[in-house]
Design a protein around this ligand. Structure first.
Ligand SMILES: Cc1ncc(COP(=O)(O)O)c(C=O)c1O
Length: 450
């Protein structure tokens, strides 16, 4: 059953119960007509972009952002600035909620859940019902780490290069349940990492007890991009020799490849793919997605009860198998829906730009940055040069300066860089679609002058 069909039916059936429609529309027929009108208003608003955009038109794209022109922004991946179509959608939904929050929510929630899942699946591949919503990558990782059904002796294997959000999600799970966690080092010197080294170290670390392999696509610590498809193949091969009950589940923190690399998520061969959509994708701040394979979701339980169709199961109107699994896994409660509901615009913007064009452009700018850094005396580049092993981040050290000093010195010259928030920290540039070649040259010149 489609989310919209169910929630609409539920809202009409429940009347003054779960949904206070009785107060808004005393007769079911009236509620139905009113719901239809309001639903089509919000849903159609997400169909086309407010501004037409040509594929690969980076200049026009830059004009869609309110980002200050005074700075060269090389750290927008931390938290997106909203491009015009996303900002306009947020404003439209915010207005709807401000005018009549209860009506706007109930008349549009079902259609919007459906539109978001459909837009996500169109962009990332897979089926809409396999997509759950989150507020961030952190929340998505914590939901999966906490919700996975593990047996007492099952072991989770992740890497020493993962972000705090991954490490702590499993650490907290271990503290609560005694789950066994191990970490593997996939490379010693990031700039010299190779696909063979990564795969062989990972393979050697997997034991018969390993039940979850959790990997980060692009390490924000070093800029190293893992060969996630090859890891998927390795996991599939190992699973082919195991009993089904012992199959390894493969989780990917995909946030720093999502919105850059031109892939179809199910082709990775993973069971869970978690990504905030408020970074490279330019989605609304406070949004993210989890894609789960059928096998993955079958081994996971929600941590926070869903507020969508599953509510109807609790009330006895439908059965659990009628609820899309992504809906069941989406944490419930009221959210900042004015933001979440503007997510289709971000997916559409990226599709209009063209996924292959986006990948090519971000790699072009990152390669230019790395080549330029290598020409500056005193730079130690930590990110591999090869696009096969890197993506949108360039990590480096400069002379004997602390990364914070590098960032501060650059900021004084109008360049916004970042430092990697890890125990071993580097300075970092993250050239993205809103940058151009001239800005990269400015950033490199500013660095050389420090
Ligand atoms: C690799 C990685 N995973 C997860 C996160 C957390 O992302 P979010 O802010 O969406 O929770 C970050 C933060 O940038 C990160 O670098």
């Amino acid at each position: 059953m489609q989310r919209r069909t169910f929630v609409k039916n539920a809202s009409l059936a429940l009347g003054g119960g779960m949904l206070p429609l009785a107060a808004l529309a005393p007769a079911a027929g009236a509620a139905s007509a009113s719901a239809g009108a309001a639903t089509s208003t919000a849903a159609s608003a997400t169909r086309g972009l407010a501004t037409t955009l040509k594929a690969a038109d980076w200049t026009q794209l830059r004009e869609m952002f309110a980002l200050s022109q005074e700075y060269v922004h090389l750290a927008t991946f931390l938290l997106a600035s909203h491009p015009k179509p996303v900002a306009e959608a947020i404003e439209r939904h915010r207005h709807g909620f401000d005018v009549n929050p209860v009506e706007y929510y109930y008349m549009n929630a079902a259609a919007m859940d459906e539109a978001i899942a459909a837009a996500a699946a169109e962009y990332m591949g897979g089926r809409p019902d396999q997509v759950a919503m989150t507020d961030s990558t952190t929340m998505g990782l914590a939901m999966v780490a906490s919700g996975l059904m593990l047996r007492p002796d099952d072991e989770v294997l992740h890497s020493e290069h993962d972000h705090y959000a991954m490490e702590q999600s499993f650490q907290l799970r271990a503290e609560r349940t005694g789950a066994r966690i191990r970490r593997v080092s996939l490379y010693d010197t990031p700039a010299e990492a190779s696909v063979d080294q990564i795969l062989s170290r990972l393979r050697a670390a997997i034991t018969p007890a390993t039940r979850v392999v959790a990997m980060t696509w692009v390490h924000s610590y070093s800029g190293v991009k893992l060969p996630i498809h090859a890891i998927g193949e390795m996991v599939a091969e190992l699973n082919s020799t195991r009993d089904e009950a012992d199959h390894i589940l493969y989780l990917v923190d995909g946030v720093h490849g999502f919105g850059i690399e031109d892939i179809d998520v199910p082709s990775v061969g993973c069971d869970f793919f978690v990504a905030g959509t408020h970074k490279w994708l330019f989605g609304p701040r406070g949004t993210g997605v989890i894609w789960g394979s059928d096998r993955g979701w079958a081994h996971c339980r929600p941590v926070v009860p869903s507020f969508g169709a599953y509510y109807g199961v609790w009330l006895g109107y439908i059965t659990r198998d009628q609820v899309p699994v992504g809906d069941y896994m989406t944490p419930g409660g009221f959210h900042a829906f004015d933001h979440r509901w503007a997510l289709p615009e971000a997916f559409q913007l990226h599709l209009q730009l063209g996924k292959a064009n986006v990948q090519q452009r971000i790699h072009e700018l990152n390669t230019l940055t790395k080549e330029g850094l290598l020409e500056i005396d005193g730079v130690t580049l930590h990110t591999p040069l090869s696009p096969e092993l890197s993506s949108g981040m360039v990590c480096f050290d400069y002379r004997d300066l602390d990364p914070g000093e590098v960032m501060g010195g650059l900021y004084g010259q109008g360049i916004i860089a970042s430092t990697t928030p890890y125990r071993r920290s580097y300075a970092r540039f993250a050239p993205s679609l809103i940058n151009n070649e001239e800005e990269i040259e400015r950033a490199l010149a500013a660095l050389a002058s420090l």
